[in-house]
Design a protein around this ligand. Structure first.
Ligand code: FAD
Length: 434
């Protein structure tokens, strides 16, 4: 273990840690990054969609050599019951732009590439090493201890980019253990198919890609969603629900995934594929109200460890990269002023976050997790069935006049939930969406 003191120690080499370490090292700070995995990305799970804008702010020319799968030209949103889906699809040739906006990636490859950039920028990376404790002096974090021999490694600031599963901040009493109703457990498989099969099934060509986000009875009345993303020669398919809901129902995540794969709208898309990978991981989904204290004397929290995920838009890696970059910029400003890394000075990080899209988006949806959870039996149970029946009634040409069909549809919703119940759900949804 290095005996010298560092400006900054970054714990974790996911998107948050890599963005932070890269930005700091590029500006000449002495950075040590510690990752418990065998290589960066070996422990990480993501769908995975990567958002270019946030990476461009860190590595503007990333498209030159980053391992990117497909750029996305089509988004499908499906509200599913057991045999149907009602959907909204958006596809545009405008997304075939020179610098595309969203890509699918494979995290094991992407994190390795990002980490190489971090090391080229000058940061020192130590792998297969777990940070076991933060070290304090007079209430201030002054370094870390690891599971390797060599004692304490000292630094002016420690950045915890340890992800949602990280226990370091919790162990030190700096952040609460995430509650079961603020984290989702997601499972994901990679289904391999030749690229031309994927292209013909999804009506795409070249590097074009499609995203399907799904909700409904696929989660059996639990708050959660499913997804299906096209990579070059594979399809990522997954599903996740709040841990508290799994505990309550006793259902297992893989049961949901098996049923999702067999759904008549999904099965033909993955038919004949070879499954090579299965992974499970937590996603912080508590939103704004679950964000812990983010700074203190000598420490900052970035990425999933700070609950920075926008579950509505399925954005996490971009919030991780942005919080990592902003933390680095705050540290750099304080260092340039030759100021102390006190809690007061490090509160600059929080101020910078407040004026970024990260906090603005989390604030916008701050009521949504409670609404989704409270209305989960309807949102992920009765409503998708009612919507599907209504669509089927409307589209079936059976000699019944349209006015009667309209009345039947309205009646079916009122019968299921009552006028007051429907009005209450609509009002709560609108309020959560503001
Ligand atoms: C199934 C699934 C699908 C997802 N899909 C998407 C998507 O499509 N788009 C999107 O933007 N986001 C998605 N996300 C969310 C996204 O993966 C996360 O938001 C993102 O990975 C957070 O990055 P991070 O760097 O904060 O944490 P992580 O990526 O979890 O990285 C944390 C790192 O810290 C290391 N570490 C932890 N503790 C220690 C320790 N004590 N010592 C040393 N190292 C340590 C870990 O090994 C890990 O490498 C998805 C998540 C899941 C689970």
């Amino acid at each position: 273990m290095p005996a010298e003191k560092f400006d900054v120690i970054v714990v974790g080499a996911g998107p948050a840690g890599n963005s932070c370490a890269y930005t700091l090292a590029k500006r000449g700070l002495k950075v040590l990054q510690i990752e418990r995995g065998e290589y960066p990305g070996s422990k990480n799970v993501q769908g995975a969609i990567m958002y270019a804008n946030m990476l461009e702010k860190i590595i503007p020319d990333f498209r030159d050599d980053a391992p990117l799968e497909r750029h996305l030209i089509e988004q499908r949103l499906w509200y599913m019951d057991d045999s149907s889906y009602t959907g909204v699809h958006y596809r545009s040739d405008d997304f075939n732009e020179e610098a595309p906006n969203r890509y699918t990636i494979i995290r094991a490859q992407f994190d390795k590439w990002f980490s190489k950039k971090v090391q080229e920028a000058g940061a020192l990376l130590i792998l297969e090493t777990t940070v076991t404790d933060l070290c304090f002096s007079g209430g201030k974090v002054i370094g870390v201890k690891t599971d390797r021999a060599g004692g304490t490694i000292l630094a002016d600031v420690v950045v915890m980019a340890e992800g949602v599963n990280g226990v370091l901040g919790t162990k030190a009493g700096l952040r609460p253990r995430p509650k079961p109703d603020t984290v989702a457990l997601a499972v994901k498989e990679m289904h391999f198919l030749p690229s031309d099969v994927i292209e013909s099934r999804f009506n795409i060509s070249g590097d074009e890609g499609v995203v399907i986000e799904a909700a409904g009875t696929i989660t059996r009345g639990m708050a959660g969603t499913g997804f299906l993303y096209t990579n070059k020669e594979s399809i990522s398919i997954g599903i996740g629900c709040l841990v508290s809901d799994f505990a309550h129902t006793g259902l297992a995540p893989y049961e949901l995934l098996e049923a999702f794969k067999k759904h008549p709208a999904v099965a033909p898309l993955i038919a004949g594929a070879e499954v090579k990978e299965y992974a499970a991981h937590l996603i912080p989904e508590g939103g704004y109200n679950a964000v812990p204290q983010l700074f203190g004397d000598g420490w900052l929290i970035v990425g999933d460890a700070g609950q920075f995920v926008n579950a509505v838009h399925r954005e996490g890696s971009n919030l991780a990269m942005t919080t990592g970059r902003i933390a680095a910029e705050a540290i750099f400003q304080i260092k340039s002023r030759k100021d102390k890394f006190s809690a007061e000075n490090l509160s600059l990080y929080q101020k910078m976050l407040e004026s970024s899209f990260v906090m603005k988006d989390l604030k916008k949806y701050k009521r949504l997790p409670d609404f989704m959870h409270g209305a989960r039996d309807r949102l992920f149970g009765s409503y998708p069935e009612l919507v599907s029946k209504a669509a089927q009634n409307w589209f079936r040409v059976d000699g019944k006049d349209k006015k009667s069909k309209e009345k039947e549809i309205v009646r079916s919703f009122v019968k299921a939930r009552g006028v007051r119940g429907l009005a209450s759900d609509a009002w709560k949804l609108a309020r959560s969406w503001r």
